[in-house]
Write a protein that binds this ligand. Structure first.
Ligand code: ZN
Length: 339
């Protein structure tokens, strides 16, 4: 980190660049070492056309480097969360995987490209791994040594931190809790498996299943909630309708809670973490159901570790997702400093 003389009144402030790449939108920002988000730029992932995401990302990183310089901030590194499995050593997202929503990042040495552009330490990882590191460093999981994170959005992602270290596994697939099979006879999943958690809890499939079911029932209160248009049904509406007693919605939410309870048991029995953080777009809908889910998990999980596990709902604003990349930089620099 170079010295910076632009602020003679005090020591140089430091910041990190964090980037969160999603299938439809991308956020990038300057984040302090304490996780305070200073600036955020949000844009469509393909705002400049098909397969343009890499060029957009490199441009916005350059822009943030210039912004930091203008503000007298010393930059400590760049961290990027990508929507797919990542080889963190090579600094690239793996290609040819059904979860690759932004295929142009597949097998592209992104960390190296950003490093050449910025001359800053640069790290890339799976977006949900980055989110878990942010919760661990700055959020609900601060002070814990182990946590599991479930990101419940359109799909369900997962990540594990054990003894303060992210669990990537041998190939970068570590922590894929959304693809834990919870029903032997369940539907086929995009991962190639069957009966995965994501099929019961993910917002997209929950809404799709609700649309299919209300199509057979013209008097459905859920359909009414969607203004009479089945296509307008969202997962949030399904949860709201269930709370109001709608039969179709009650059944789907019951299944979702049971699926989450079974996964909680997998986490508790398999890893015994201090905390489970549930985040993502569906998290606010799950917040009132946490006690019910933990009660259901009692059927599947070992009693003492379940009772000791703290469950936290941490619905983050979109702009806070840039903390993931920042936490990734801190995690990797600390890890490399130790070895
Ligand atoms: Zn799956």
């Amino acid at each position: 980190m170079g010295s910076n003389m632009s602020d003679p009144s005090g020591p140089t402030r430091s910041a990190l660049i964090g980037v969160d790449v999603g299938a439809t939108s991308m956020s990038a920002g300057l984040v302090t070492l304490d996780g305070e988000v200073l600036d955020v730029v949000e844009m469509g992932t393909h705002v400049s056309g098909p397969r343009s995401a890499v060029a957009t990302l490199l441009r916005v990183v350059q822009q943030l480097v210039a912004d930091a310089r203008r503000q007298g901030l010393a930059l400590g590194g760049v961290g990027v969360g990508l929507p797919g499995p990542v080889d963190a050593v090579k600094g690239m997202m793996l290609a040819v995987h059904p979860k690759n929503h932004v295929p142009e990042f597949g097998h592209l040495p992104l960390a190296e490209q950003i490093r050449e552009l910025t001359h800053l330490p640069t790290f890339v990882d799976n977006d949900v791994n980055a989110l878990a590191l942010a919760e661990h460093a700055f959020g609900a999981g601060r002070g814990t040594s182990s946590l599991a994170l479930l990101a419940v959005g359109t799909e369900v992602g997962g990540a594990l931190i054990i003894d303060g270290a992210l669990v990537r596994g041998q190939d970068g697939y570590g922590g894929e809790l959304g693809h834990v099979p919870i029903n032997f006879d369940g539907p086929a999943c995009i991962c190639g498996g069957r009966g995965c958690l994501g099929a019961y809890l993910g917002g997209r499939l929950l809404a799709e299943e609700a649309r299919r079911r209300v199509a057979r029932d013209a008097d459905s209160p859920l359909l009414e909630l969607a203004g009479g248009h089945a296509d307008a049904i969202t997962s949030a509406m399904v949860f709201a309708a269930a709370a109001a007693g709608d039969a179709v919605a009650v059944k789907l939410v019951d299944q979702a809670c049971e699926a989450l309870a079974a996964t909680l048991a997998v986490i508790v029995n398999g890893i015994n973490p201090e905390m489970v953080v549930v985040t993502g777009g569906v998290a606010p809908s799950l917040a009132p159901l946490v006690a019910d889910v933990v009660h259901r998990a009692g059927k599947y999980a070992l009693g003492p570790p379940l009772a000791n596990t703290r469950i936290r709902i941490a619905a983050t604003e979109k702009r806070l997702t840039v903390r993931g990349g920042a936490a990734l930089v801190l995690h990797e620099l600390a890890r490399r400093g130790r070895s």
